[in-house]
Design a protein around this ligand. Structure first.
Ligand code: GLV
Length: 296
């Protein structure tokens, strides 16, 4: 009876798994390649996965006794949940414990992007700071500006709550509302939606063209919500003032047109990356797995 942990996790979570008495197999620290994953899961009754592993029918075929897939992530888009349901395999995730951490990080991106922190940093390091200038690196005043929050789950709500401290007006969007109005009126648009077949390329070329000229886009949810090639065009054509992206369409790759744009702030999918939160997520994923395997 073995549990397969696809990648090395914070120690506390591993200790919890070892203490459960099950046979625990822990994968590598780095992203396992497909072969290694398929080989590693063989015969497992439980899988503890990360968002870097695609858990689909081929993986499930390798472990006919599989009873639970516990994803150490808020998102579930790396798992074929329908396929798991068809096979009676339980699927769980770790929402809640990363909400405030991700909301803080979203604000780090909003502030960093609209006040051009990285451009300033790069200027100084390049020895290109000519001395103070009245027109240099002008950004956007957040107070009085409008923040469009797409997706009002826990993280979207936590981002919106912080907006009042900055004196921003908030427009929130839930599926079913008019997206056009929120995009046309927002100075900053922040994405907080899960990736599903409905939300893939939610921001395509047409919808990006609805955004206010000179607006900013923030994405800390999932890369494929945005058509990256279309975003590159909107940025490089000067229609948008900037974008801050923590997630990408084909991670770890970034579309070349985005990399070329000077008005982007890029981070490597670290919105939930604090020591405490990553530990809480791993621990919750371990507990979810054990309680599902031990429960009725
Ligand atoms: C991170 O992207 C997560 O879904 O937890």
């Amino acid at each position: 009876m073995r549990i397969h942990v696809t990648r090395k996790l914070p120690e506390k979570a591993l200790q919890t798994l070892y203490a459960s008495g099950w046979d625990i197999f822990v994968g590598p620290e780095e992203i396992p390649n497909r072969q290694r994953l398929l080989w590693g899961v063989g015969g497992a009754v439980g899988i503890l996965s990360l968002l870097t592993e695609r858990i689909d029918a081929e993986v499930m075929d390798r472990c006919p006794e599989l009873r639970c897939i516990s994803n150490c992530a808020a998102g579930l888009d790396n798992i074929d949940v329908d396929e798991a349901q068809r096979r009676g395999i339980r699927v769980c995730n770790t929402p809640g414990v990363l909400t405030e951490t991700c909301a803080d990080f979203t604000w780090a991106l909003i502030l960093g992007l609209t006040r051009r922190l990285l451009e300033g940093d790069r200027m100084l390091r390049a020895g290109a700071y000519p001395g103070w200038g009245p027109m240099m690196l002008l950004g956007l005043d957040l107070h009085g500006a409008t923040l469009g929050v797409l997706g009002m789950g826990q993280i979207g709500q936590a981002v919106a709550r912080r907006a009042s401290a900055f004196g921003m007006r908030v427009l929130s969007w839930r599926r079913g509302d008019s997206l056009e109005r929120v995009l046309r009126e927002s100075d900053v648009v922040s994405l907080h939606l899960p990736l599903t077949s409905d939300t893939r390329h939610l921001l395509n070329a047409e919808r990006l063209s609805w955004m206010k000229p000179g607006a900013y886009l923030i994405n800390t949810s999932r890369g494929p919500l945005v058509d990256e090639a279309a975003l590159g065009e909107a940025l490089n054509g000067g229609r948008l003032a900037g974008a801050a992206l923590d997630v990408f369409e084909r991670e770890p790759e970034v579309h070349p047109s985005i990399l070329e744009s000077p008005r982007v702030l890029l981070t490597p999918h670290i919105a939930s990356a604090t020591e405490a939160t990553r530990e809480r997520m791993a621990l919750l994923a371990a507990q979810n797995l054990i309680s599902n395997l031990c429960g009725p």
